[in-house]
Design a protein around this ligand. Structure first.
Ligand code: GTP
Ligand code: MG
Length: 374
């Protein structure tokens, strides 16, 4: 059966945890605020404090609060600091998303100095004149949608890649719809302008249908004509991203426990579960207990996209971490919590809920089957 801690029970009854602890002491048990109580004990105590107790399933929010995950309402705005924009590149098949990202990464001087790119972690840091941009190298629409469905809108800006020789195609439209639904501003990168059949104006014309009108045509959509192949205009694309980021006034509080989302996760033969995570708030450190969905653990190692070991990662920072008990889904939120037990408790609680839901749906199926037979 479910358990409840002394602190939780006190909170739910609206009394001081100390009063509850005193009562327990009077009854002969020496306990702390985090001591778990079984249902019977809790019910007994509640009656003593004139409360009726329902053995309801644990409330996720209360649990998260109790393990030290503060709600955003308790945010101290004086701790807010400017953070780098998180950018997702979207567009139709073969329009050059991967090429553009690769070209941008080699344009990045710091990447060059560090000896180039060593590994794929699904998210990258790029720097222009000391200003950072985080690119999510998602497999495209599915990941973006998954993140949106989970309410973790990780992306600040979408770069919509449209090939100048091909124009607006079905997945271009999909990308526009996804971005608009998420309320994320779009910067258009008209790619492949080096090609003989390239017609950037046609792309601009076609996009006016979607209320995306270039600034030089009297609209407010930023268009940058680029060639991933010849590295044309990549710096102006980065400039435009940074300009848009300034307008958005992106901020986050680095001085609290980290939270963010899973960009991707896989099982590595030698290292176990490896997850690329995007820190959205707070600072993630080596040794931090974390929980993501039904997975939990401690951050054992933390690596950036160049393979450098990190001690900590702040807002908008993408890092690869090991130490989780399993591989969470892309788009799943993660939280750093007070201690490993709390991480385990939350994960266990979710596991139970999941199992209950599965049981409920399987018994529903059998009922349906029963009716089908009648
Ligand atoms: P998917 O991941 O399959 O959706 O494709 P993608 O959008 O990532 O396109 P990718 O970068 O793989 O490029 C597709 C093809 O277009 C490749 O053959 C690239 O070499 C080529 N390509 C990309 N950018 C340019 C460009 O600026 N100019 C020219 N000429 N070719 C390009
Ligand atoms: Mg690609």
């Amino acid at each position: 059966s479910d358990v409840i801690t002394v602190g939780e029970l006190a909170k739910r009854m609206g009394i001081k945890a100390n009063d509850l602890i005193k009562e327990l002491m009077r009854q002969g048990s020496m306990v702390t605020i985090n001591h778990p109580l079984d249902y019977e004990t809790a019910a007994l105590l509640a009656t003593e404090f004139n409360h009726e107790v329902e053995n309801v399933a644990f409330d996720e929010d209360i649990i998260l609060e109790d393990v030290g995950i503060e709600s955003d309402a308790s945010e101290d705005s004086s701790n807010l600091q400017t953070r780098p924009p998180v950018v997702t590149i979207m567009g139709h098949v073969d329009h050059g998303k991967t090429s553009l990202l690769d070209a941008i990464r080699t344009t990045d001087v710091t990447a060059g100095e560090a000896g180039g790119i060593t590994q794929h972690i699904g998210a990258y840091d790029v720097e222009l004149d000391g200003r950072k941009i985080t690119f999510l190298d998602t497999p495209g629409h599915e990941a973006f949608t998954a993140m949106r469905a989970r309410g973790a809108e990780a992306t600040d800006i979408v770069v919509l890649v449209v090939a100048a020789d091909d124009g607006v195609m079905p997945q271009t439209k999909e990308a526009i719809n996804h971005s608009k639904a998420a309320g994320v501003p779009i910067i258009v990168a008209v790619n492949k302008i080096d090609k003989p059949g390239a017609d950037p104006n046609r792309v601009k014309q076609e996009l006016t249908e979607f209320e995306m009108v270039p600034e030089d045509w009297g609209g407010d959509t930023i268009f940058v004509e680029v060639s991933a192949k010849e590295h044309t205009n990549l710096e102006s694309l980065l400039e435009m991203i940074l300009l848009q980021a300034e307008v958005l006034e992106l901020q986050a509080n680095p001085i609290k426990r980290a939270k963010g989302i899973i960009v991707e996760a896989r099982l590595d033969k030698g290292r176990g579960p490896v997850a690329t995570v995007l820190v959205q708030e707070g600072t993630l450190r080596i040794g931090d207990p974390i929980v993501s969905g039904v997975n939990f653990g401690r951050v054992r190692t933390m690596t950036d996209d160049r393979g450098c070991q990190l001690e900590e990662a702040g807002p908008s920072c993408p890092v690869e971490v090991t130490g989780l008990s399993g591989t969470p889904d892309a788009g799943e939120p993660f939280h750093a919590v007070e201690n490993e037990k709390a991480a385990k408790d939350v994960a266990g609680h979710r596991q139970r809920k999941l199992r209950e839901a599965e049981l409920a749906s399987s018994s529903k199926i059998s009922l349906d089957q029963l009716y089908a037979r009648l």
